[in-house]
Design a protein around this ligand. Sequence first.
Ligand code: SF4
Length: 395
Amino acid sequence: GQCVTHCPTGALRERDDTERVFEALADPDVVTIVQIAPSVRTAWGDQFGIEPDGDALGKLVSALRPMGFDYIVNTDFSADLTIMEEGTELLGHMEEESKKDAAARLPMFTSCCPGWVRFVKAHFPQLVDHVSTSKSPQQMFGALVKSYYAQMLGVDPHKVFSVSIMPCIAKKSEAALDSMRDACGDPDVDAVLTVREVTRMVREEHVNVQRLEPSDFDEPLGEGTGAGIIFGATGGVMEAALRTAHYLVSGSAPAGDAFSGVRGLAGRKEATFDLNGTPVRVAVVSGLANARQLCEDVLAGRATFDFVEVMACPGGCVGGGGQPIREGRESAGEKGGVLYRLDGAAKLRNSYENPSIVRCYEEFLGSPLSPLSERLLHTDHHAWSMPGEKDPCLV
Ligand code: SF4
């Protein structure tokens, strides 16, 4: 299939989940809640001539409403939540590592890309304990939809069908992991739709896309900051995490673009930033060949970092395997640029400033890494094993 060349993650064939979603939409007893990932805004309208600007996401919300989704929420919110958890985890990790001999120190790796998590488990199992335990924004949202949000809406979590719209094929296998379920065994996310699938659904439903006016997400889980938006581009998770880590250690907001040194399309970027007097050495890689090289360098002691962001797709999720394919055009740079422009223009640019995040911790979770946060928002990467199939990342 088409995705073989575009998807470096091991999901050879795209499983079609549109029928399952149509069934849930048609069932009056089911409450459908759909989340939309940050990079979707840059691509979903490609085939309809919709510009990937500030209105693109609002127009998708308007396209989905008449299709029968009961609640439409924004993965930017849970990207901010991921940053709260992962930024806090990073500070703890750095403290632990600082107690070791310099030569024995290892970085913390990001965990939001399932293509990468799968890769590290297969090829560098000795590094798995250094991968952040924070679930990806997709999975964190799913876990909250069936707990906090269901409570807020007064609906039975068992009646909730949780859907996500993603740039990514690997997100389907992430959602299907046994370790991504609640105490009753219900999956955090019931169905993952790629951008290609959602585009097909919009067509099948004969939504008049040209006439769409942007509309708002359902609040309070419709709100994200600039930091959440840039999750879709290589370097974005790193920059977002450093902004919040800066606040957590210093109590003050970082300067606007203090951590912009990790932007850009290079497959491997390295930088050292000052975090309240402590130097933080970071690396950002995208593409699994670059990830492999970096892991080898780290293990051989040729490179030392505190925090490493890895995305399997070159350029990050904007170039993901579930995005529409534009023949002969590599558009990850262009699409990443859209996200950075939206971040630059956002009223709130730091995850800890998101009022819905503040409220969620106050009303429900307590604090980052609280027992409830650990139970719902973190995972054990050892809790599942690799399926026996041959991994195309190996060839
Ligand atoms: Fe999926 Fe993004 Fe990872 Fe690509 S980089 S595999 S789109 S999560």
